[in-house]
Design a protein around this ligand. Structure first.
Ligand code: TYD
Length: 229
């Protein structure tokens, strides 16, 4: 099965990646606002979640009361969520020519389950081929400030969430070694996927990073608009 034929209008698919606390969700919101202000049609979503089925999967996967999850089951649930999101949100929006901004995608599964849970990249990429029809983003913005910075931000946010009564902390409860493996896997992905993934590693201000992302995205959109096919 093929999602797109060359004749079909195809939007532009951008994903945001990074450790918990990397600031990617804020940057996604800011980029959406900028693109919309330029009059572009934008769809935003996140994984896990975004669909009715996905929100249920998210609730189970992220709640710290969910215990004893086999790493392979965790990976399969992330992909069940993703397949639904592609079917319900991403593919229809791309087919309408929209820009899709997605907070996390398969790179997260490779980093967290492949790296963090030690499953390795291969099963993740194999499952991606099987259930996502090998749909890859046109561009991935990877926010990868130092591990120390990310961990400190995630800890502060957990404290706030707990105080508000929300609990999405199952992953955040993992120790430093887990996040070190996630971090290293993200670096590996960035080195392997040089065309697709743009890694922003400096710990700059929200404004400075926003500016950089807008420049990158506008340059890529321009390239697509002027490419012969
Ligand atoms: P998210 O809501 O993006 O959290 P945050 O805002 O803290 O970055 O993602 C929730 C958690 O789910 C996050 O800890 C990473 C984890 N996750 C995986 O382990 N594998 C995946 O494939 C995805 C999409 C997320």
């Amino acid at each position: 099965m093929q999602w797109y034929t060359p004749a079909m209008p195809r939007g532009f698919f951008i994903t945001f990646e990074g450790l918990d606390g990397s600031g990617k969700s804020t940057q996604l919101r800011l980029l959406a606002r900028t693109l919309q202000a330029q009059g572009r049609a934008v769809t935003t979503t996140r994984q896990p979640g975004g669909t009715e089925l996905g929100d249920q999967i998210r609730a189970v996967l992220l709640h710290s009361a969910t215990q004893n999850v086999a790493p392979l089951a965790e990976m399969a649930l992330m992909f069940a969520d993703r397949a639904q999101s592609i079917h319900e949100i991403i593919q229809p929006a791309l087919a309408e020519g929209k820009i899709v901004l997605c907070d996390r995608f398969t790179d997260s599964t490779e980093a967290y389950q492949g790296g963090g849970r030690n499953l390795g990249s291969e099963p993740v990429l194999a499952l991606h081929r099987a259930v996502c029809d090998d749909l890859w983003p046109d561009l991935t913005i990877l926010l990868l400030p130092s591990l120390e910075t990310s961990l400190a931000r995630a800890r502060r946010r957990n404290g706030r969430q707990m105080a508000q009564g929300t609990d999405e902390n199952r992953f955040e409860a993992e120790g430093r070694a887990f996040y070190e493996r996630v971090f290293l896997k993200y670096q590996e992905i960035a080195a392997r996927e040089r065309l697709r993934v743009v890694a922003i590693e400096e710990d700059a201000s929200v404004d400075a990073i926003e500016k950089r992302i807008v420049e990158i995205v506008e340059e890529r959109l321009e390239r697509v608009a002027t490419s012969p096919d």
